[in-house]
Design a protein around this ligand. Structure first.
Ligand code: CP
Ligand code: NVA
Length: 296
């Protein structure tokens, strides 16, 4: 059966550990300049309905470093953006490439791709999930603290990045508290799934309570891609949820990027030595190479 990576828990705990071990090994080889053409001759199709810096560049350079090739397929590049059905796109791409990565608005569009593709489909972010980000986040936490015996406070929107992190935290034993404004909590399906995986996060509407005693504070933008029309409403709702010097007390800080300085996080916090964000961004490359070799 074709394996897909639509959310983190498409992997078992052991497989997740395997992907992270591969990532660590590939990072070492990359850093030392040792060639590692494990996917020589393979192609990755990358479908993007939304913009991207990290996801696009880390997948594209990752495939090159693995000896393969990646194709950037933006909204206007393929017939999908002009009405060709997802199922037809999935079937045809499967005849050419070895793996498909897709960044789409509707989560159900990525699951539909996976249903009809006969090669692995990797979720490169939907409105509901961002599992590739979680892989990099877990790698960063493991590198920084040595293990997952870590307490993380999520402060901000409980949507895609948060929801995949909730699953990843449950799978690794990270102690997670999620603080969002009322109405912006992670969805019930995510919290229920985390409980099934071993640990539902504590969910609160109080950021100060959440960060107390935490090792890490993690945030994300308040206005996600595709939510531009909700901007004013969201800025109001998230008032009091900024990650700034007043909220923090020596915690490390994570952010998936891009950041909107002055909104969810201050310039000073992002520029501080406590920010793990540049390691997180770099680890997108290594974690996804680990995933690609696992799926390959
Ligand atoms: N974190 C992340 O996915 O960044 P991009 O939107 O730049 O890909
Ligand atoms: N929540 C953000 C994450 C970007 C990587 C968005 O969906 O725009």
């Amino acid at each position: 059966m074709t394996r897909h990576f639509i959310d983190v828990d498409d992997l078992t705990r052991d497989e997740l550990a395997d992907v992270l071990t591969r990532a660590t090994d590939l990072k070492e080889r990359t850093t030392r300049g040792k060639p590692h053409p494990e996917l020589a001759g393979q192609s990755l199709a990358m479908i993007f309905e939304k913009p991207s810096t990290r996801t696009r560049i880390s997948f594209e350079t990752g495939m090159t470093q693995l000896g393969g090739h990646a194709l950037f397929l933006g909204p206007d590049d393929i017939q999908l953006g002009h009405g060709e059905p997802i199922r037809d796109t999935a079937r045809v791409l499967s005849r050419y490439v070895d793996c498909v990565m897709a960044r789409m608005f509707d989560h159900s569009d990525v699951t539909a791709l996976a249903e009809y593709a006969t090669v692995p489909v990797v979720n490169g972010l939907t409105d509901d999930a961002h599992p590739c980000q979680t892989l990099a986040d877990l790698l960063t936490i493991q590198e920084t603290f040595g293990d997952f015996d870590v307490s993380v406070a999520w402060v901000g929107d409980g949507n895609n990045v948060c929801q995949s992190f909730v699953r990843g935290a449950a799978m690794t034993g990270i102690d997670l508290t999620v603080a969002t404004p009322a109405g912006y909590e992670p969805d019930d399906g995510t919290v229920d799934r985390a409980a099934e995986l071993g640990a539902a996060p504590e969910v609160t509407n109080d950021p100060e309570d959440a960060v107390e005693g935490a090792d890490v504070v993690y945030t994300d933008v308040w206005v996600s891609m595709g939510q531009e029309d909700e901007r004013e409403q969201k800025l109001q709702a998230f008032n009091g949820f900024q990650v700034n010097a007043d909220l923090l007390d020596g915690q490390k800080v994570m952010h998936c990027l891009p950041a909107h300085r002055g909104e969810e996080i201050t310039d000073a916090v992002l520029e501080s030595d406590d920010a793990l964000v540049w390691d997180q961004a770099e680890n997108r490359l290594h974690a996804q190479k680990g995933l690609l070799t696992f799926l390959g």
